[in-house]
Design a protein around this ligand. Structure first.
Ligand SMILES: CC(C)(COP(=O)(O)OP(=O)(O)OC[C@H]1O[C@@H](n2cnc3c(N)ncnc32)[C@H](O)[C@@H]1OP(=O)(O)O)[C@@H](O)C(=O)NCCC(=O)NCCS
Length: 338
């Protein structure tokens, strides 16, 4: 049975069942990734930025002979933001290739169409069944990044400590657990407007104005995701010359996510990229003692950032692709195939 599902009001058993399916998917498709935990999963699935909406559906197996509800074997949600619907679909490996994934996409696509949105985007992990799945539905590849993973157990900490201090005169670094201090929010937002060197996936919206930045930090906290920031401050002007953001999610706290790393154009060439990332890792080592890995996403053309990441010990892991499709075409194609 497929039905619309609200994670806010769902029973704990249902949330736990979605978690089981997610972990079965990870074990099948990304076996090196840490399994997710239930901690703040409900909030992760339900909290959104102001002005955005997430709509979810689940596919639930029939009740067992004891009358207890069956497990949730499929889950789809679509996040409506700007003019695009961002889709995520999960089908338990035990029931794949039965048409469930296609059915879930059609449900979400119909709603996105009715809501007046033009296109659907989706992140697709390279070398998994999702590539053939989305291509079979007519999605086309827009953008490819490389995910890299850093094993903190293999880091050369003395070398890192040296990198963290190898910054030009006239700058100093500040570590800000939880987010930038309020008196630096405006300078921080100005630096974020420099998007050339982002370490970030395209579907993850960056926040360029102070209010949006506050909202974005607040949303992260509500979703159980703890941001850490290292800033490079230009002492003369008080401007934020560089920043790097890492988020430790309650759902997989042993593997953190690197978000944006930005060095403002006028402040390039002073070792800021290397220093802020090295300082971040040193700080995380004491702030998050259970953290074992950090993952980051880079455009393949971003050679400068890939070089610094390699020096820090990041190893390329997978292609991470963005696909998109015109919603009206997708709905017509799927309806016609039924
Ligand atoms: C991608 C996914 C949703 C597909 O679900 P599914 O229920 O197996 O898909 P369907 O049965 O509806 O398949 C529809 C079509 O997609 C294509 N397809 C799906 N899986 C495929 C595979 N492994 N190889 C080749 N083609 C495939 C086929 O054309 C298929 O039609 P067919 O079976 O008639 O040939 C599922 O594999 C999944 O949940 N993957 C994880 C996705 C994810 O987001 N992961 C994130 C963490 S890794």
């Amino acid at each position: 049975m497929v039905r619309e599902w609200d994670p806010r009001t769902a029973s704990s058993d249902e949330v736990a069942s979605v978690l089981d399916t997610l972990n079965a998917v990870l074990a099948a498709d990304l076996p090196q990734d840490p399994p997710w935990r239930e901690s703040s999963l409900r909030e992760y699935l339900s909290e959104v930025m102001p002005g955005e909406r997430r709509i979810s559906w689940v596919a639930q197996a029939e009740p067992g002979s004891d009358g207890r509800p069956g497990p949730i074997l499929g889950h789809v949600h679509v996040l409506l933001l700007g003019d695009i619907g961002v889709l995520e679909v999960l089908v338990h490996p035990d029931v794949r290739r039965t048409g469930l994934g296609r059915e879930l996409v059609l449900l979400a696509a119909r709603r996105v169409y009715q809501e007046g949105f033009q296109s659907i985007g989706v992140e697709v992990v390279g070398d998994t069944p999702a590539v053939a799945f989305y291509e079979s539905l007519g999605f086309t590849r827009e953008y490819v990044e490389t995910r890299s993973v850093l094993d903190l157990g293999a880091v050369d900490w003395p070398a890192l400590a040296e990198m963290a201090t190898g910054i030009g005169a006239g700058y100093h670094l500040e570590f800000c657990p939880g987010g930038p201090p309020d008196d630096l929010i405006e300078a921080y937002a100005r630096a974020k407007a420099e998007v050339r060197d982002v370490d970030d996936g395209e579907l993850r919206p960056s926040s360029y104005d102070p209010q949006r930045l506050r909202d974005s930090l607040d949303t992260l906290h509500r979703r159980g995701m703890k941001p850490y920031i290292v800033l490079a401050l230009h002492e003369h002007s008080g401007e934020v010359a560089g920043l790097t953001e890492v988020v430790v999610p309650a759902q997989h706290p042993t593997r953190a996510d690197q978000y944006d790393t930005i060095v403002v154009q006028d402040h390039r060439g002073y070792g800021i990229d290397r220093a802020i990332k090295a300082r971040m890792l040193l700080e995380l080592r004491s702030a998050e003692p259970t953290l074992a890995e950090v993952q980051t996403w880079n455009a393949q053309a971003n050679e400068a950032m890939l070089k610094v990441n390699a020096e820090l010990g990041y190893r390329p892991d997978r292609e991470w692709c963005e696909y998109s499709v015109d919603v009206a075409e997708l709905v017509h194609r799927l309806d016609a195939a039924r």
